[in-house]
Design a protein around this ligand. Structure first.
Ligand code: FES
Length: 94
């Protein structure tokens, strides 16, 4: 996946609602991060659906490098020069 200027190297915290399906931008080009706005057209990348099983705040991946898409797994810390573990030690997981 290519990183673009529209996504950030930080997770995006969003309150989701039980049973609702959200389309996570996987290409990084959307102007409506973390959601798909159709900007992926022609990239060969498609959005990833996420259906909330409960109403809660979810930290969606902003760097588009997570190994647990669409959820942040701390990989952005590696990009930002830190370690993945320190992200979760701060209680930032979903
Ligand atoms: S705009 Fe990025 S996947 Fe649709």
């Amino acid at each position: 996946m290519n990183q673009t200027s529209k996504s950030a190297n930080l997770p995006v915290a969003v309150r989701v609602e039980t049973g609702k399906t959200y389309m996570w931008c996987a290409c990084g080009k959307s102007q409506q991060q973390p959601w798909c706005d159709g900007s992926h057209a022609g990239t060969g990348v498609t959005p990833l659906p996420f259906t909330a099983t409960e109403s809660k705040t979810v930290h969606f991946c902003g760097c588009k490098k997570t190994g647990h898409a669409p959820i942040c797994d701390g990989t952005h810390q590696l990009i930002n020069g830190g370690g993945r573990d320190e992200y979760f030690q701060k209680g930032q997981s979903d």
